[in-house]
Write a protein that binds this ligand. Structure first.
Ligand SMILES: Cc1ncc(COP(=O)(O)O)c(C=O)c1O
Ligand SMILES: N[C@@H](CCOP(=O)(O)O)C(=O)O
Length: 467
């Protein structure tokens, strides 16, 4: 298995090189040269596997034996040892057709832990085995940063800098990131929004001399390993369902911001998981919903919502989807991305919209509907959703034609992370101890302007450049 870029100008590379490259050096996103096919028989044989063993099977299709099996197995075991549920990702049944896959039982209470605990361990492994300098640079709307920091804090050979939008993450998210005192962690609080943070890191990754000098590595979903690790939970959810419920295929409702969560499902479907509908759930920052329903990919004004982690306009993984939509034609992708850069929008024809809608449907959830959903599921099922998971449930309800097959809605965060929204409907929650204790800890962060030069200077002072 080799990896190439959606823009076609990266010579095919192996798994570890792909992991270290992160963003394609031609500005594109890295994808596998071919997507392996998992047969129905193989799937059946995997149906009794633990989450960890299932991940080992899926990853083995992609790693080219670059990581010996016993090492990969240990990396995976270690990555989920800190999850509090014995099933790692429990599937809760609300009624016969609606199931909630709880992805938030990791150390930072959000679905990002599923991939990032593993990526932190993989970076430490590569740092040691290959004597590589690992200087991680990431942007976050709150969850990726907390999770990535938790996965590498204090680890030898690794430094991590995370940019988050100042005042636009939840209190708990901010504390999770900024109360970490390890010297290998730098939090930059940027006077801007998440898109500004993401834009700056992409520019720094695209500056190849800077990237090379400072050995920049990615933990965001621009890194294909994030997507691959997330695709495993679609296999798992499908296989956890009783056979009679999954016989007609399974539908997923997926809270999405950077298009990473849903693209992972799209990849799982391409590999052979019998997924019928992928329902994309957005909040009021609904660029992706407008893309799917109206064929217009165009950022509009940024809005602060009750689900701040999805307050995103420019979605990284849109380009990965575009690549497959364009029949894996890197020239067509490059042309469309150039047009987007020049004109600030992409318009799709009605024939193209129909094709997109065969791949996924979409629903955008207003702030009001988000809170109503939290309230009604608390009343009806005594189940407390966080605002992002509530967007998923609201989209499941709003997704017109339910068709056949069970629905799995992805619960992407613990409600304690977003108490600001939960309190608005008068619900008081008890925080898990690991969250409660954050409130007594001192914080460490540097506030910076939304300016690439100022941020680059911070990085130059922080990163170690030789072993
Ligand atoms: C809690 C939560 N839910 C859903 C999402 C959406 O995930 P993605 O942006 O990877 O599609 C995010 C981050 O964006 C998140 O932090
Ligand atoms: N919601 C994310 C935004 C960053 O997206 P990523 O999937 O590319 O890491 C966050 O919580 O930071």
């Amino acid at each position: 298995m080799k990896y190439i870029s959606t823009r076609g100008k990266v010579a095919p590379i192996g798994f570890i090189d792909m992991f270290l490259m992160g963003l394609g050096e031609d500005g594109g996103l890295i994808v596998p040269e071919t997507i392996p096919n998992v047969t129905a028989d193989q799937l059946k044989a995997w149906s009794k596997l633990s989450y960890q063993d299932l991940m080992l099977e899926v990853f083995s299709l992609f790693t080219n034996d670059e990581i010996p099996e016993q090492d990969l197995r240990k990396l995976i075991q270690d990555s989920y040892a800190g999850f509090t549920s014995p099933d790692v990702l429990p599937l809760t049944t609300l009624n016969d057709s609606l199931h909630v896959l709880e992805l938030f039982h990791g150390p930072t209470f959000a679905f990002k832990d599923v991939a990032l605990q593993f990526m932190g361990n993989l970076y430490a492994y590569v740092a040691k085995k290959q004597n590589k300098v690992i200087n991680i640079l990431g942007a976050t709307s709150g969850d990726t940063g907390a999770s990535a920091i938790s996965s590498v804090r204090g680890k030898e050979g690794i430094q991590i800098c995370i940019l988050h939008p100042n005042g636009k993450v939840s209190r708990v998210q901010e504390l999770q990131m900024t109360t970490v005192q390890d010297d290998n962690v730098l939090n930059l609080s940027v006077n801007g929004n998440f898109d500004d943070c993401q834009q700056i890191i992409k520019e720094l990754f695209a500056d190849i001399p800077f990237k090379t000098k400072y050995h920049l590595r990615a933990i965001n979903s621009i890194n294909f390993v994030r997507i691959l690790a997330q695709s495993v939970y679609y296999f798992y959810a499908y296989l956890q369902l009783p056979e009679k419920l999954r016989a007609d295929g399974v539908n997923f409702s997926i809270p999405t911001g950077n298009f990473g969560n849903i693209f992972s499902g799209y990849l799982a479907k391409k590999m052979g998981v019998p997924i019928k509908q992928l329902v994309l759930a957005t909040n009021e920052n609904n660029i992706l919903e407008r893309f799917i329903n109206e064929g217009v990919y165009k950022p509009e004004g940024f809005r602060s919502t009750h689900s701040p982690s999805m307050d995103i306009q420019i979605a990284s993984n849109f380009e990965r989807y575009l690549y497959y939509f364009c029949g894996e034609d890197a020239i067509a992708v490059s042309e469309r991305m150039e047009r987007f850069k020049a004109e600030g929008q992409l318009i799709f024809t009605s024939e193209e919209i129909s094709r997109i809608q065969q791949d996924m449907t979409a629903y955008s959830v207003s702030n009001e509907e988000c809170l109503e959903t939290i309230q009604s599921y608390k009343n009806e099922f005594d189940y407390l959703l966080d605002p992002h998971s509530a967007c998923g449930i609201a989209a499941y309800k709003g997704a017109g034609n339910k068709g056949d097959g069970a629905f799995v809605s992805l619960a992407t965060a613990h409600p304690a992370k977003f108490d600001e929204a939960i309190r608005l409907i008068g619900i008081e929650q008890t925080f898990p101890e690991r969250i409660q204790e954050l409130f007594d800890k001192p914080q460490r962060q540097v506030v910076v302007e939304n300016a690439k030069a100022e941020i680059a200077t911070q990085l130059e002072g922080f990163y170690r450049v030789t072993q």
